[in-house]
Design a protein around this ligand. Structure first.
Ligand code: NAD
Length: 485
């Protein structure tokens, strides 16, 4: 693993215009292993000047890249897909090291991340367009789409590869060039992805990465630069609102993938084994640190006890430890602060009458670990049910009446994902239609799919990533009105 980071060493800097260098003010920041707190490496700490030079490179590369044949852009993305899979072992270990997730979750992330390159390699050669006849017949309308321009991409630490490729893939397919700011916790994966894109043939300046511990300096510089025409952000709702307000100043086209508070509904006629399997994925993938993570479980009173017993047995069997250890199912949380936030939410719920029904063991000596936990009897107004837990804690609530269930399910300012388990597909779909969420897993604990439009309603975001929608987010519509007299 160290060899792979060593190979990246020239890339442990500002990746601009096809080459890597230290930051302009020679500052560096620490990247640490969340399983031990030990230093992994120092990384160049991008400044406002570095942010500007990244836009210089992206703006210089834009006309050439936008004018490239779609097939040529597609081939670069396809090659990047192949290279990511060829390096899956090294990439997965790097993700597990800097993010903490288990190797199996990290391998799944690499495959998922690479799929965005393949999907958008295929979409790149299918540009939108239309030809129309005006109602009076006096003109013809030719509708086309063109790349929006230099795109600023800002990504979180929880899926350091996939959140980058979900934006870079469609941006490059559309003909945009990009400047990317990864989260300070996980810059190494983004640098590895940039190196892969270079190797895949992306011309210098098409993909630029500015790691930094000073996110506001870098992103503000981008949003103030008139050459930047797109902001694509994934992260917390609070930071997203702040950046949206900044982007409004220059009316920058903005896409927002923000926080969630997903309900997980189990009906009386659900297949309990399938519901438990779905709950394990929806709750414990990535240690619960996913925007789509099931945040609150609503289980019909008729099956509550049997569901909690089976779910609890599966939770108690989870192996918690360093992500890089073979056999680990749940790794550490990203930081000590994250552990304190989760502890606070659980302690509040316990003080208000909730009880711990099941809990697994977790290392206590070093690292930011929190034991996977199932809570029952959680009061309806507990912050645990209202805030994004972002950790391996499953609060279970019983339900009886469908209208009251829906009221509680929709009683949130978020609306990203939801899950419904029932033996009656029509009932499940009818319920799903009444849930205010962008994505509903029906008898499935996963909604993420490069071929499906990922995104939320309300304060969970604006726009969609993946699918056909993903590429449109990086395009502007233009039409030609042609005289036909
Ligand atoms: P975060 O909002 O703290 O950080 C996200 C990114 O914004 C990071 O790159 C960070 O450095 C940057 N940032 C932070 N403050 C900034 C500022 N003032 N100016 C400019 N940039 C700034 O979120 P996080 O803790 O990295 O990620 C967890 C959050 O992301 C959760 O809320 C989760 O639900 C959300 N998320 C959403 C999706 C989705 O697709 N909807 C996917 C993954 C994560």
């Amino acid at each position: 693993m160290l060899d792979y980071v060593d190979d990246l060493r020239p890339g442990l800097g500002i990746h601009v215009g096809g080459s890597r260098r230290p930051s302009e003010d020679a500052a560096a920041f620490r990247v640490v292993d969340p399983a031990t707190g030990n230093l992994i490496t120092l990384v160049a700490d991008g400044s406002a000047a570095d942010a500007r030079s990244a836009v210089d490179a992206a703006a210089a590369a834009f006309p050439g890249w936008a004018g490239t044949a779609p097939r040529a852009r597609s081939e670069v993305l396809h090659q990047a897909f192949e290279l990511m899979l060829a390096e899956i072992d090294e990439l997965a270990a790097l993700i597990a090291w800097e993010n903490g997730k288990s190797l199996s979750d990290a391998r799944a992330e690499v495959r998922y991340a690479a799929e965005f390159f393949r999907w958008f390699a295929e979409e790149a050669v299918r540009p939108d367009g239309a030809y129309g006849v005006s109602p009076a017949g006096g003109s013809r309308t030719v509708v086309t789409s063109r790349p929006v321009g230099v795109a600023a991409l800002v990504t979180p630490w929880n899926f350091p590869a996939a959140m980058a490729t979900r934006k870079i893939g469609p941006a490059l397919a559309a003909g945009c060039t990009v400047v990317l700011k990864p989260a300070a916790e996980t810059p190494l994966t983004a640098l590895a992805v940039a190196r892969i894109l270079d190797q895949a043939g992306a011309p210098a300046g098409v993909v630029n990465v500015v790691p930094t511990s000073r996110p506001a300096d870098v992103v503000t510089t981008w949003l103030e630069d008139p050459r930047v025409r797109k902001l694509s952000f994934t992260g917390s709702t609070g930071v997203g609102k702040h950046l949206l307000a900044q982007a409004a100043d220059r009316v920058v086209n903005s896409s927002m993938e923000l926080g969630g508070n997903a309900p997980f509904v189990v009906a009386a006629d659900a297949d309990i084994e399938a519901a438990v399997a779905g709950a394990m994925i929806a709750k414990f993938r990535n240690g619960g640190q996913a925007c789509t993570a099931a945040n609150r479980f609503y289980v019909h009173e008729a099956v509550h006890d049997v569901f909690v017993a089976a779910f609890g047995a599966a939770v108690e069997a989870l192996a918690v430890g360093p992500g890089l250890d073979a056999g680990t199912a749940v790794g550490p949380m990203i930081s000590d602060r994250a552990v304190r936030t989760i502890t606070g939410l659980v302690d509040d719920a316990l003080a208000a009458g909730a009880t711990v029904a099941h809990r697994s063991a977790a290392p206590a000596d070093a690292g930011h670990f929190y034991p996977p936990t199932v809570l029952v009897d959680v009061p309806a107004d507990a912050p645990l049910l209202r805030e994004e837990i972002f950790g391996p804690v499953a609060p279970v609530v019983t339900w009886r009446d469908e209208d009251e269930l829906l009221r509680q399910v929709n009683d949130t300012e978020h609306g990203l994902a939801a899950y419904v388990f029932s033996g009656d597909l029509r009932w499940a779909l009818k319920l799903a239609e009444r849930i205010d969420a962008g994505m509903v897993g029906v008898n499935r604990g996963v909604v993420s799919d490069p071929a499906a439009p990922f995104g939320g309603v309300r304060e969970s975001g604006l726009g969609r990533e993946g699918a056909r929608e993903g590429i449109r987010a990086f395009c502007e519509t233009q039409y030609f009105s042609v005289d036909w007299a």
